[in-house]
Write a protein that binds this ligand. Structure first.
Ligand code: APR
Length: 240
């Protein structure tokens, strides 16, 4: 039996057991912050200091040694390394936990909503690693101008990254696994429907998501339990 080209989609739920908040769970980020205050281009134009404070708080978590990749991130890193057919891990997460598990700039990893640990200058367009804080006065290390540095994340109303690559992978995809996402944000939430009838689709999530019924199979429970088990079974079948 031939090995199916694979796309894995991840969301905030895969990082929850590492200690990072999800967005739409009762204790999630969107219960404490309004999207229109911190996650739109309009919010940044209106009150950049407030937007910087939100992302500085989240960037500080990535520097916290207690926040590390968990068993689900490591299982996907093993899957990426051993899958004997085309593989793409598309993450909506801006954290760097997949990167740490898979290795920096892993070829099979695509951050469709950008990366919290990078900053972009709106004046010269350069993007660079940015582990520390940003403020309205931060000058760009490249062009020297201040006031244009922003987190290199995709805000509501902006176009996700890597869509051409995702579409190319979707064309050949025969197995799709969605992990830890509520299925409420497009275009990520639309991938499962686009694959209907062409690929085996599997949801691994703490609870049924908004789009659960669109999947061929759904398993519910914590990612650190579900993902290693599912990956081990897949590898035993296709890459023994
Ligand atoms: N294991 C598996 N799934 C979990 C766990 C866990 N330990 N904890 C929570 N979940 C599930 C929740 O049940 C929920 O369905 O993860 C999902 C998280 O959903 P959201 O908070 O909506 O996160 P996500 O789907 O990644 O959000 C998509 O919205 O605002 C944004 O840009 C942000 O990329 C993000 C996008």
């Amino acid at each position: 039996m031939s090995v199916p080209p694979l796309i894995v989609l991840t969301g905030a739920g895969i990082s929850a057991e590492s200690g990072l908040s999800t967005f739409r769970d009762p204790d999630g980020l969107w219960a404490r912050h309004r999207i229109e205050d911190v996650a739109t281009p309009e919010a940044f134009a209106r009150d950049p200091a407030r937007v910087h404070a939100f992302y500085n708080m989240r960037r500080a978590q990535l520097r916290d040694p207690a926040i590390r990749p968990n068993a689900a991130h490591h299982a996907l890193a093993e899957l990426a390394a051993r899958w004997p057919a085309p593989f793409l891990l598309v993450t909506q997460n801006v954290d760097d936990l997949h990167d740490r598990a898979m290795g920096e700039d892993a070829p099979g990893l695509l951050h469709m909503h950008g990366r919290l640990g990078h900053a972009r200058c709106l004046r010269c367009g350069a993007t660079r690693p940015w582990p520390g804080d940003l403020s309205t006065g931060t000058p760009c290390p490249g062009c020297g101008r201040a006031g244009g540095m922003r987190p290199d994340v995709v805000w509501f109303g902006e176009v996700p990254l890597g869509m051409e690559r995702i579409e190319a992978a979707m064309a050949g995809c025969r197995l799709f696994i969605s992990i830890g996402t509520s299925g409420q944000v497009y275009p990520a939430a639309g991938l499962v429907s686009a694959l209907r009838g062409r690929a085996r689709t599997v949801e691994l999530n703490l609870e049924p998501s908004a789009g659960s019924r669109l999947f061929d199979e759904a398993r519910h429970g914590p990612a650190t339990a579900l993902v290693p088990e599912f990956v081990a079974a897949l590898l035993a079948e296709h890459a023994p």
